[in-house]
Design a protein around this ligand. Structure first.
Ligand code: SF4
Length: 75
């Protein structure tokens, strides 16, 4: 029977670590499962969409997980 990975963000193909200084389970990382979403901007109106700082992907802890979990590709 193939070994299955624990369902954790740090075992998911979409997670990218941001920091190495944290407690392992609390290590933050970006989830790249979906495109960035607009989170905030110092600009208003149409120029806000052109501000890269106004877009982000979720930041999640290493020990978190969600229903979109996928194991890394082999090879
Ligand atoms: S939030 Fe879901 S899709 Fe994103 S890294 Fe964690 S398990 Fe993977």
């Amino acid at each position: 029977m193939p070994k299955t990975l624990p369902m954790r963000c740090d075992q998911c193909r979409f997670w990218h670590r941001l920091d190495t200084q944290s407690v392992p389970d609390l290590m933050p990382g970006h989830c790249h499962r979906f495109p960035p979403v607009q989170v905030n901007s110092i600009h208003e109106g149409p120029s806000a969409k052109r501000d890269p700082a106004a877009w982000s992907v979720p930041v999640v802890h290493a020990s978190a997980w969600c229903g979109e979990f996928r194991a890394p590709e082999k090879g």
